[in-house]
Design a protein around this ligand. Sequence first.
Ligand SMILES: [Zn+2]
Length: 358
Amino acid sequence: MTAIMDTLFIEFRDPLFGIIVFFALIFIIAFVSYWWGRLRSKEDYRYLERFLRSFKKPPSQAALRHEIGSSELSKKSWLLIAETYVQNGDFEQAVDIYQNLLEQHSDPVRRRELLLLLAQAYFKAGFLERCEKILLKILGRFPRTPQALNLLLFTYERLRSYDKALEILEPLDELGQDVGKDRRYLETMRLIQDDTVPALEKCEVLSDHYLKYHSLMYLTFEFLFRHDPARAWKTLDTGSGKRIADMLWRLDEAQLDLDIITSDDYLRQLYSARGSVNLAQNSPEFELDVLIKLRQSGQNGATLQFEYLCSQCKQIFPFPFYRCNNCHSIDTVFPEAQLTKESGALNAEEFGERAYEV
Ligand SMILES: [Zn+2]
């Protein structure tokens, strides 16, 4: 027994043993603090998740009514909240707020403002019949409300009720709004949608109107190139091809009018960039210039794709439009070309053949 104690005693005094104990303690402390840190961060994460989940769930109708009635938030703040919901596409919540605010207001002017906001939310959500109903209710009491008349005009337009939309132009005209462009646009849309008129007759009218007013260019040429390309080429003014560049870019080779293309600077550049002709060595348009240079060096891996700018509000859309979805202006669409990689690109020899054929 004494011998064992002696051995241990000697080992305790061994400096190596002290170092081992020291490192073991460091290891234990490091392990415990690491484990504690992980536990804390997991707890924090769970707390944060619980907190965020409470926001994801919208308040119920009853809760919202109670909140709006008793909350210290001003009505103006509730309107801002509803507007944020509309901007985020959460129309249901915005509609709930407007409806609850309406229940608490009896002043007719204030109710008109709220009803208009409600109609706008329905319009954006695509509930056009509900939107129409509310607008007619507003106009029944306040017939000279331009915002309601304009929104009703857009609603009928989306519903393709062009006759009703045209009727709205009269009170807007009386209120001093310039409705000339709207009238031509709605009459053109009504004509295009009319199944009783043959397509070629529509083309004739559209072409005459374009030559007379020089408006509704995108709408006119979209229809003309689809139904009567020869008339479309004859109607197109020199130098204005850029406004329908996407349409011209996608035309079949058989639909091209080489005489007109040869006589127009922009068209020569556009179709040289496409590889249909070889009539331009460069272009002031960066995208066309790059493509022309690529064709000249026998490379054919790039093409154009388009996005659509509203010249009024400067918003960009992935698809063309007749009336801007953002600012509701007519005839403000401008195709913007962008260089992109061509899928299924032809090699240099095939490209040469294609250019030669045309
Ligand atoms: Zn716009």
